[in-house]
Design a protein around this ligand. Sequence first.
Ligand code: FES
Ligand code: MG
Length: 584
Amino acid sequence: MPPSPFEPTDPPDNSGMRKGLTSYGDQGFSLFLRKAFIKGAGFTDAALDRPVVGITNTGSAYNPCHGNAPQLIEAVKRGVMLAGGLPMDFPTISIHESFAAPTSMFLRNLMSMDTEELVRAQPMDAVVLIGGCDKTVPAQLMGAASAGIPSIQLITGSMLTGSHRGERVGACTDCRRYWARYRADEIDVEETVDVNNQLVASVGTCSVMGTASTMACIAEALGMTMTGGASPPAVTADRIRIAEQTGAQAVQMARDRLTIDKVLTPAAFENAMRVLLAIGGSTNGIVHLTAIAGRMGLEIDLAALDRMGRDTPVLLDLKPSGQHYMEDFHAAGGMATLLRELKPLLKLDAMTVTGRTLGEEIERAGPGFKQDVVRSIANPIYAQGGMAVLRGNLAPGGAIIKQSAADPKLMEHEGRAVVFEDIEDLATRIDSDDLDVTAQDMLVLKNIGPKGAPGMPEAGYIPIPRKLARAGVKDIVRISDGRMSGTAFGTIVLHVTPESAIGGPLAYVQNGDRIRLSVANREVALLVSDEELARRAKASPVVEPTAERGYRKLFLQSVMQADKGVDFDFLRAAKMVDKVPRKG
Ligand code: FES
Ligand code: MG
């Protein structure tokens, strides 16, 4: 009698369809059942006897940024099968920026848990993570980091640009620009209707250096994508080819047991920080990087990020810091062009999902060519990195400013605080003709931090009060504990930590207080004495928000501050084992 194909093997095999067999009772029966059920879908034993590659399907009618998911999955499957593996796609949560209330960030950790647990629960030897819209890639990398198996990121890719009355437009820096023009009475209702058809010209992610593009570049810098995986637009043949290669490489990673911990090392995160600074990336990028690193037991040192920013110039000429769009970056050679330029600042021995180091990948990409999207270090867009880390008595745990997108005239500024207690207060009063505000003031918005709103919404891009907008004011200093979209611009201080909802100093700012912002000194200071702040805290103590039930309750109980990546405390690695960058 031949041996049973369902019994445990000697030595034990925990791969393919045998992976994670339930151990209560009878393992042989467990495999017997598993195979019986999957055969219900028409599989043969020959198909099941291969390395299994899971593919996350994050397509959703609510998510046009992932509108090419069906084509990508088909191409990944082709790649997996060409390399001798068995592709198995499965759904996870999908999050789109505009369709997730109260804010997509509220759901990021939920998506990371969904991803982690489904990768862990189902039999797979490697996983292809298909993500693109802002929160999806960080959620997937967080989940995969915790699940620990060989993992490779596939980006959905950017949307095409559109054209409106002779002008090239793309989401969503131009969405903001046109809306601001409408608020200032510079364009009429008909024009808003026209441009609305052009801002998102195809499926795919926002076409500027917003959070989606930032995370795509970061994923490649971390070594988590195929080389060249960050930049191809969603609807291109290059994007589909990358998908096929990604599937094939996933099989190779399964065979080589190239687990995610071999890729997500301190060196990889250091490279990602350099790239974040050099692309003029979204401020959200640092929150997400911190959260991903936290899953690996790595602590991102914000002070070091600031130091790195002083010798990492912005090289990428993309909106909102510059003028081009993602498709131009792709035509200019994509990340290879940027990484080649940044080479002296990178840790070239960092391992990537290809099994080669980042340095080897840069070499393989060949020589550069003349283009005007990625500048040279000698001729940068902006001499320092895209963002600076501020401290001071208003933000003892730090705050962030995207200096490359700020007005240089406002970066050294002292002014009077005009305070809004929360988003509702802002909505009621910001456009009032009675609002006591001048262009020299500083708008302060409270209660939009991780616990405040909750979910740290992108409300830190406080609109210019209508009466100032009509008077032609284009920028004003704004300060909050929230985030802002990577597609936004202005002199905007974000991520003030600790947040006001848990009693951070921001909670006690009052109308008329003086605030000093000095980006040169990396300072954001409330010019009010400690005694007075203590008196205010005692007079009206902050009551932390709570919820009765459900995910919101879990969120409010567990969410950490911006300097810990806004992850849940119980999802972070049990122990922090190293810092990024490493000392010495
Ligand atoms: Fe999905 Fe901008 S809305 S990337
Ligand atoms: Mg965004």
